[in-house]
Design a protein around this ligand. Structure first.
Ligand code: SF4
Ligand code: SF4
Length: 131
């Protein structure tokens, strides 16, 4: 699976969609899983997981034709030189993207990161970046 950020325009027709969104990419229906959605005055901001065999660039191009803005999401990074292994970010992350191993070293699992940014504020060293 690959994670894609999409900003849908206010008038986008979700047709009752709640957890999965089917989008035709190059004539093939692609089922994307909605892993996060936030509705603002700009429209709907969503994080979608798409099947790994789907070309992300093609998916993004299709979304753009549909009036949405889409981009491959960059994920959490930690400045190891600043990190003091306190574990605050691990407690804050609801997705197990940040954990401490048995030796209390911080382990970053980017595949689990949804880009929610909760960890950024939780870090006392301000050494976490989420693009
Ligand atoms: S951005 Fe959210 S999901 Fe990603 S590591 Fe931070 S708290 Fe976890
Ligand atoms: S909260 Fe910051 S300093 Fe603490 S373990 Fe996480 S990244 Fe390191």
């Amino acid at each position: 699976m690959g994670k894609i950020n999409v900003i849908f325009p206010k008038n986008y027709d979700f047709n009752g969609v709640k957890t999965k969104l089917t989008i035709e990419v190059a004539g093939v229906p692609v089922v994307a899983t909605i892993i996060r959605s936030t509705f603002t005055s700009d429209g709907a901001h969503m994080v979608l997981d798409i099947p790994k065999e789907i070309d992300a660039d093609e998916f993004i191009k299709t979304m753009s034709q549909d009036g949405a803005r889409a981009y491959v999401r960059a994920l959490v990074t930690v400045d190891e030189n600043e990190c003091i292994q306190c574990g605050e970010c691990c407690s804050a992350c609801a997705y197990n993207a940040l954990t401490l191993d048995a030796d209390f070293n911080l382990v970053v699992n980017k595949d689990n990161c949804t880009g929610c940014r909760t960890c950024v504020d939780a870090c006392p060293r301000r050494c976490i970046t989420v693009y």
